[in-house]
Ligand binder design. Structure first.
Ligand code: PLP
Length: 392
């Protein structure tokens, strides 16, 4: 039998062993982690809605009439009024003709990609795409061509050299780097080469675009430009689940073919109604997005001034590049000693030699929270041996 213990030991030696922290209480910047209070800069609750009273109330108000459990899959008897209502709301929110509610973003990517491409087809995928996209590509059994991150010349060459059905898939906002895909260019290339474009906007929805409608609506890209939009609801939306939005024909097709939609229990209806309440808040409250933007710009300015190497991101994902796995862990631990929680992200989540601290901001962070982070970063600066600011 395979030596599982040795494999784990090897991971530990390489600084790659992962552990889980146990959180008590609700998700918010002031977290209790393994019994210790910490100020967190690592959740994806970008708008601070995970613990919002209106969303909690929508869920609890719903339950006396909807019950709790989903009880069956959508195609048996699990498809509830509440799910239908959410799908209409999501279509309207993203300015698409229709939407389909999935249980998680991981399942949405697995189901959508494997339904829309198969044996004999070709999928083009950005090298930095989320793991669930990569797994969806593998599951599809289509030929997989990975292009260099956001490299549109490379993609154009690959598309031109390929016959048959083509599907291009990209993150809207890249989850570990925080940068935004060249979406206009992608839409134009896909149109020119008759390729189907799929954009996973897990980190753009709620954060970017007018009223938080996402990175596609920020650029005014319609469903003709980008036929398939995937969004997740556990991040800025603050609830749970995911969706696909696009033309009715493709949603009808997915109901027939997306196995992760078909062969799973419907989400509790109360979650769908809580999500509707969250979308109302997101549309209504621009102040969350402007506060978030202020935190991000101030952080970028101050952290660069301290000599930290940031990445080209204007989103709430603001990684501090470190490189070495152990150095990333050491910086994360030093911040923790100062009461802060910022996770080190290591391979295989990011490429070898690109370990980093993934700092994420939430509208729930105060200016004082940011000041606390910056002052701890100032204290810990000497931990990184090569001050990037001194490299000419
Ligand atoms: C988080 C994430 C997912 C997975 O969504 P879940 O609902 O958490 O399963 C998919 N795609 C991207 C880009 C993500 O960041």
């Amino acid at each position: 039998m395979r030596d599982f213990a040795a494999e784990l030991e090897e991971r530990k030696q390489a600084g790659l062993y992962r552990t889980r922290r146990q959180i008590s209480g609700p998700q918010q910047p002031a977290l209790v982690s393994d019994g210790v209070p910490l100020l967190s800069f690592c959740s994806n609750d970008y708008l601070g809605l995970a613990n919002h009273p209106e969303i909690i109330r929508a869920a609890t108000d719903a339950m006396p009439s909807t019950g709790f459990g989903g009880a069956a899959s959508h195609l048996i008897c699990g498809h509830h009024d509440a799910h239908h209502q959410l799908e209409l709301r999501l279509a309207d929110f993203t300015r698409r003709s229709s939407a389909l509610f999935f249980s998680t973003g991981y399942m949405a990517n697995m189901g959508v990609i494997s339904a829309l491409a198969g044996r004999g087809d070709t999928i083009f995928s950005d090298r930095l795409n989320h793991a669930s996209i990569v797994d969806g590509c593998i599951l599809s059994r289509a030929r997989l061509r990975r292009y260099r991150h956001s490299d549109m010349n490379a993609l154009a060459d690959m598309l031109a050299a390929t016959d048959g059905h083509k599907l291009v898939v990209t993150d809207g906002v890249f989850s570990m780097d925080g940068d935004i895909a060249p979406l206009r260019k992608l839409a134009a290339l896909c149109r020119a080469h008759d390729a189907l474009l799929v954009v996973d906007d897990a980190h753009g929805l709620g954060v970017l675009g007018p009223q938080g409608r996402g990175s596609l609506m920020e650029l005014g890209l319609s469903e003709e430009d980008v036929p398939i939009l995937i969004g997740t609801l556990g991040k800025a939306v603050g609830t749970s689940g995911a969706f696909v939005a696009g033309p009715q024909l493709l949603m009808d097709y997915l109901v027939q073919k997306a196995r992760t939609y078909i062969y799973t229990t419907a989400m509790p209806p109360a979650i769908a109604l809580a999500t509707c309440a969250s979308l109302d808040l997101i549309e209504r409250e621009d102040s969350r997005r402007s506060h978030l933007q202020m935190l991000v710009s101030e952080f970028r300015q101050e952290a660069s001034a301290l000599g930290y190497e940031l990445m080209p991101s204007r989103t709430p994902i603001q990684p501090i590049m470190v490189g070495d796995n152990w150095a990333a862990l050491a910086l994360s631990r030093a911040l923790e000693e100062r009461g802060l929680m910022v996770t080190a992200i290591r391979p295989p989540t990011v490429p070898e030699g690109q370990a980093r601290l993934r700092v994420t901001f939430s509208a729930a962070h105060s200016s004082q929270d940011l000041a606390t982070l910056l002052s701890a970063l100032a204290d810990c600066r000497s931990l990184l041996s090569k001050p990037s600011a001194e490299v000419v």
